[in-house]
Design a protein around this ligand. Structure first.
Ligand SMILES: Cc1cc2nc3c(=O)[nH]c(=O)nc-3n(C[C@H](O)[C@H](O)[C@H](O)COP(=O)(O)OP(=O)(O)OC[C@H]3O[C@@H](n4cnc5c(N)ncnc54)[C@H](O)[C@@H]3O)c2cc1C
Ligand code: SF4
Ligand code: SF4
Length: 406
């Protein structure tokens, strides 16, 4: 198994990029780290004037918002992860003069799925940033370029760890205080370290060398598009057992409690969207006034649909909770390279669940709860001293709904 990339001198770290900046001392960047301050809590209160309600089950999972709906671009952008709403927002924000630059990622030349941080300063550079790079990515490193160029209005596209750390840093220190910063967030979970990516992909796909696009889908399968145009669909249930080893994921992502990027101005994912052939419906969560302004830039280009699906998913979460908690203890020392469930049976199980299992908001509810439970017990067993700091209060309320021990 590959070795860990963790950086003990920094503690838990998602390589967000802030610490690589040389314009200010590293110890100041570290003070703003989400893993030093914990998730949500005071940060959420600063942004919205309150923390999420513990009596509103949807807000507890999806965060505070003005509006939620599903949508896709009427003219999807080729090569985008879904329909390309994020890239289109970024392009419009730049062309309209709302921002002077976009902090995001390009693909590295070394590996199609790896990233390199970029401050995009033209529509072409923004367009180049589309598509997922499913590895830990130092997005915030480009703040250094924006700072040196004295940009006053920027858009940052990032995962929750980027947005948390950025908001804290902008408030805590003077360097970025007079920058007007807009944020577009992606939901993010199960991200991986570069050093492990190929090892993992080789165990998922029959042809890792030709894989060009990968997503964990609402039909309980991983869809991998290959360079020749074929789509491989691998059921979650039929992955080799060694991919269920929690130690292959970064400690940061196993200690992550903001799947839906609740401090971004607008979150754009797919989780609660209807999965339909030849469509790329996405899930849009507008959270702040700035998020509304970003949405206004592309609203005419969207085909909108209301959310769908039954909220209830308790039996599906309970069905996996006990096994998940047990595996977080780290007692199991060897994981088989074989599939416990053959591919054909996994395909049947995925199909049955995609028809009878949670859908739409119910699928998002299920996925958020599954990951919160997994991460709570990961921190509880591996970093008990960090439990109080890292875990936001709504997580305990959700665990109590399932009668799980705190
Ligand atoms: C590791 C990972 C896991 C995800 N898991 C989920 C999930 O479970 N549920 C869900 O609803 N959505 C998830 N997403 C987000 C989703 O896949 C799409 O990125 C999102 O819906 C936007 O689609 P789009 O077509 O509008 O994006 P595009 O227009 O293609 O733009 C995507 C933007 O995201 C940026 N980006 C790509 N990779 C990263 C990265 N590693 N870190 C920071 N920024 C990045 C790109 O540079 C680009 O600016 C995940 C994304 C990643 C990277
Ligand atoms: S997550 Fe970011 S701020 Fe925190 S230690 Fe890592 S690079 Fe630094
Ligand atoms: S899972 Fe969480 S910690 Fe990991 S990259 Fe995504 S937002 Fe950051």
């Amino acid at each position: 198994m590959p070795q860990s990339d963790s950086k003990p001198e920094k503690g838990i770290c998602s390589s967000c990029g802030l610490c690589s900046i040389q314009e200010w001392p590293m110890h100041e960047s570290l003070q703003s780290c989400v893993f030093a301050n914990g998730w949500l809590g005071k940060r959420e209160k600063k942004l919205f004037g309150r923390e999420r309600s513990l009596s509103n089950p949807e807000e507890m999972r999806f965060g505070i918002s003005h509006e939620r709906f599903t949508a896709q671009l009427k003219n999807p952008l080729p090569g985008a992860q879904w329909s390309g709403i994020i890239t289109e927002i970024a392009r419009r924000a730049f062309e309209s003069g709302m921002v002077d630059g976009v902090i995001t990622l390009h693909r590295s030349t070394e590996n199609h799925f790896f990233s390199k941080p970029v401050l995009a300063l033209s529509p072409e550079e923004i367009y180049e940033s589309r598509g997922n790079k499913p590895v830990l990515s130092p997005v915030l490193k480009s703040l250094q370029t924006a700072f040196r160029k004295k940009l006053k209005k920027i858009l940052v596209i990032g995962a929750a760890c980027h947005i948390h750390t950025l908001r804290d840093f902008q408030e805590r220190f003077h360097y970025l205080r007079d920058m007007d910063i807009y944020t577009a967030g992606i939901p993010c979970v199960d991200n991986v370290q570069r050093s492990r990516f190929n090892w993992i992909l080789e165990r998922i796909s029959r042809s890792p060398g030709t894989a060009r696009h990968m997503e964990f889908m609402q039909d309980f399968r991983i869809h991998i598009k290959h360079s020749g145009g074929s789509i491989e669909k691998v059921p979650f249930f039929s992955l080799p057992e060694e991919l269920s080893n929690p130690d292959i994921f970064p400690e940061s992502c196993m200690s992550c409690f903001d799947y839906l990027n609740s401090l971004s101005d607008i979150t754009i994912g797919y989780l609660a969207a209807r999965l339909l052939p030849d469509q790329n419906r996405q899930w849009v969560i507008v959270r702040t006034e700035k998020g509304k302004k970003l949405l206004d830039l592309v609203d005419d280009e969207l085909e909108r649909h209301p959310e769908h699906g039954d909220w209830e998913c308790k039996k599906f979460v309970q069905g996996t909770a006990e096994r998940t908690i047990e595996s977080m203890k780290g007692l199991k020392k060897s994981y088989s390279p074989d599939r416990k469930i053959p591919l054909w049976l996994g395909q049947v199980m995925s199909w049955l669940l995609s028809v009878n299992g949670p859908q739409g908001v119910g699928f998002a509810h299920y996925s958020v709860d599954f990951h919160l439970i997994r991460h709570y017990y990961f921190v509880k067993y591996r970093y008990p001293e960090q439990l109080t700091l890292l875990v936001p209060r709504h997580v305990r309320s959700i665990l109590q709904e399932y009668n799980l021990p705190l």
